[in-house]
Design a protein around this ligand. Structure first.
Ligand code: ZN
Length: 224
């Protein structure tokens, strides 16, 4: 059974020395997806992980691997990530001159096709490809590092995209990523998001991973 609202645990904030246990804790606590932030030191200043680690995560979990590619020329690596076990591949509009073809390529690899945009990039840039997307990701921080402060102006961007997805009767996930906590999550939910990536609020939650995921679920119900 799939939850109506998706909680995606961003592995970037996990303790990599106890990765297997952390992933198992996420799974047991009811996380829906494992979100993987791939950075190339080019499109964003940081360097994180590649297909090899995605394949390693795949061995540790049954959960879908939601792979967010913050890399230049992502089309070169789509097949490698799909083979490694990615379930979703999300590319940045800023890095894809042939965005419709790239999204079609992702679908042809058997993955859900995701598109995303930086906080400074207008919604109009992705509008022409919304019908080709299974997932639209809105970044609520500038990409590059976890633990950044949420940008409140991105809430209206989510509402704008929700409206456009509804207009074309799209059932694509509308996912948000960056600074998502029990305070910011309800605002994004009210604006129309239905998938929530959280890193710090899960892996650095003072009472542990399970309590962090429970707190996010509680904030979804509006009981907190
Ligand atoms: Zn991400």
């Amino acid at each position: 059974m799939t939850n109506k609202y998706i909680v995606a645990a961003s592995i970037l904030s996990a303790d990599f020395l106890r990765l297997k246990e952390s992933i198992a804790e996420c799974e047991a606590a009811g996380a829906d997806w494992i979100h993987v932030d791939v950075m190339d030191g080019n499109f964003v200043p940081n360097i994180t992980m590649g297909p090899f680690l995605v394949a390693t995560f795949k061995r540790a979990t049954q959960l879908p691997l939601d792979v967010h590619l913050m890399i230049e020329k992502p089309e070169r690596y789509l097949e490698a990530f799909a083979k490694a076990g990615a379930s979703h591949l999300t590319v940045h509009v800023e890095t894809c001159p042939q965005l419709p073809e790239t999204l079609k390529q992702i679908r042809s690899l058997g993955c859900l096709a995701g598109v995303t945009l930086n906080p400074a990039t207008p919604v109009s840039t992705i509008e022409p490809v919304l019908h080709l997307a299974d997932l639209v990701l809105v970044l609520s921080v500038n990409p590059g590092f976890s633990g950044q402060t949420f940008m409140p102006e991105t809430v209206s961007k989510v509402a704008q995209i929700r409206k456009k997805l509804d207009e074309i009767h799209s059932s694509a996930y509308l996912e948000v990523d960056g600074g998502i906590s029990t305070e910011t999550l309800p605002k994004m939910k009210d604006a129309g998001a239905n998938a929530f990536v959280s890193a710090t609020a899960i892996f650095k939650y003072p009472k542990g991973i399970e309590a962090g995921i429970n707190a996010l679920r509680m904030s979804l119900r509006g009981t907190q």
